[in-house]
Design a protein around this ligand. Structure first.
Ligand code: NAP
Ligand code: MG
Length: 406
């Protein structure tokens, strides 16, 4: 029995529960690793699909506004409904992705970083430290307008100003069928993306890389480059130099080559699509999506922590069938430790910060001792591995956490 006094909190953490296997993990993590040690103070929002349906998704908006109010949130993975989910959950509507809704309200940038352990070597031999991807999560191809061009004709780009002034460009004179797409972004969003990246680099004391295709896209991508440069020179150069870190811009193809040859240990800021694709590549090369942390940072300083993976549906159905599951809880535990640490920093609660450190250290010790969930077993080398189910894995972390905090 643990008789030590529990760590107290000041400001509540915005707790967002989720779906399927990760909802099960959520409960287990709280019971086994958090509640025995921390007088957990949270404002609870159930973002599980049934509650989103019951509240017509109002609960998601309420949760996002609560993050704006309190500053720090922790989120469980949630189902983004598709047609099949609409049937499965008898939904009245195909509710939007909660992450998309929260991002739109917080106007944030998503930072994803792998959790490295000795036993799992990155596929890229030179990588020694984590590479954090900062993805601009607004606009571009994700907010496009597309036309399937049926046959010959002229495609034009037309902007009509509020004053009625028109600007027109011919995109292409089609001689036959083809495809056409219009995309956009906003200076305000690019600027907040830049500010968030520069601040995150300072906060984590890592170099910041940014890359676009400005040689080809001389207006669109070049604007990204120019705004980053302008903001860096005006607001961050001095602080970067004082911190001994640097900002570095290059072409996206050059960046890809350099990233592969690098040792890691920097933040790679990416436009929306590049970030989508590159974060999957980087996380896979580092080992596993189950070992990837994800935090949404808003320009006004709000922090939302989550795991990068989804609700692990396949494992959930096995769980419902009464089968044993070996789902990796590490990314979800790190979402909690990240949120608690940030809450501790903001509220000047050193005990809470130390607890977050101890929790992460216990996770790493467990893994480095070779106790692992099944997803990692096939990746591990140089250590005698014991594959365990989720409950045994959490118990092994608890044992080490108890020992560290005693
Ligand atoms: P997923 O939940 O990430 O799982 C895909 C596969 O990756 C799993 O079947 C499993 O492989 C492996 N995996 C992922 N996380 C794991 C973990 N913690 N431990 C062990 N293995 C893990 O992606 P999905 O199946 O495509 O999506 C499921 C649901 O999640 C969807 O409804 C989607 O909308 C939602 N989703 C939510 C978020 C979010 O909330 N941030 C993100 C992505 C997806 P094996 O089955 O081979 O073991
Ligand atoms: Mg993707």
């Amino acid at each position: 029995m643990n008789t030590m006094e529990k760590i107290r909190m000041k400001t509540p953490l915005v707790e967002m529960d989720g779906d399927e296997m990760t909802r099960i993990l959520w409960r287990q993590i709280k019971d086994e690793l958090l509640l025995p040690f921390v007088e957990l103070k949270t404002e609870y929002y159930d973002l599980g699909l049934p509650e989103r349906e019951r509240t017509k998704d109002q609960v998601t908006t309420d949760a996002a506004n609560a993050i704006k109010k309190y500053g720090v949130g922790v989120k469980c993975a949630t189902i983004t409904p598709n047609a099949q989910r609409v049937e499965e959950y008898h939904l009245s509507e195909m509710w939007k992705s909660p992450n998309g809704t929260i991002r739109a309200i917080l106007d944030g940038t998503v930072f994803r970083a792998p959790i490295l352990i000795d036993a799992v070597k990155p596929s890229v031999r030179t990588w020694k430290r984590p590479i954090t991807i900062a993805r601009h999560a607004y606009g571009d191809v994700y907010k496009n307008a597309e036309i399937r061009v049926p046959g010959p004709g002229r495609a034009e780009l037309l902007f009509t100003g509020e004053d009625g002034r028109e600007e027109r460009r011919t995109v292409y004179d089609f001689e036959g069928p083809g495809v056409l797409q219009g995309i956009y972004n906003k200076d305000s969003s690019i600027r907040s993306f830049a500010h968030t990246c520069f601040r995150y680099a300072l906060e984590t004391k890592q170099d910041l890389w940014f890359a676009t295709k400005d040689t080809i896209s001389k207006t669109y991508d070049h604007t990204f480059k120019d705004l980053f440069t302008e903001i860096y020179e005006a607001d961050y150069r001095a602080a970067f130099e004082a911190a001994g870190i640097r900002y570095f811009y290059t072409l996206i193809d050059d960046a890809v080559a350099r990233v592969i040859r690098s040792e890691g240990g920097f933040i790679w800021a990416c436009k929306n699509y590049d970030g989508d694709v590159m974060s999957d590549m980087v996380s896979t090369a580092f080992g596993s999506l189950a070992m990837m942390t994800s935090v949404l940072v808003s320009p006004d300083g709000c922090w939302e922590y989550e795991a990068a993976h989804g609700t692990v549906t396949r494992h959930y159905y096995r769980y419902l069938n009464g089968e044993e599951t070996s789902t990796n809880p590490i990314a979800t535990i790190y979402a909690w430790s990240g949120a608690l640490r940030k809450r501790g920093e903001l509220d000047a609660l050193p005990d809470l910060v130390s607890f977050a450190d101890a929790l992460e250290a216990a996770c790493l010790k467990t893994l480095n001792d070779g106790v692992m969930t099944k997803d990692l077993v096939s990746l591990a080398e140089g250590v005698e591995v014991r594959a365990v189910n989720t409950a045994a894995f959490l118990a092994a972390i608890r044992e080490r956490l108890d020992a560290a905090l005693r």
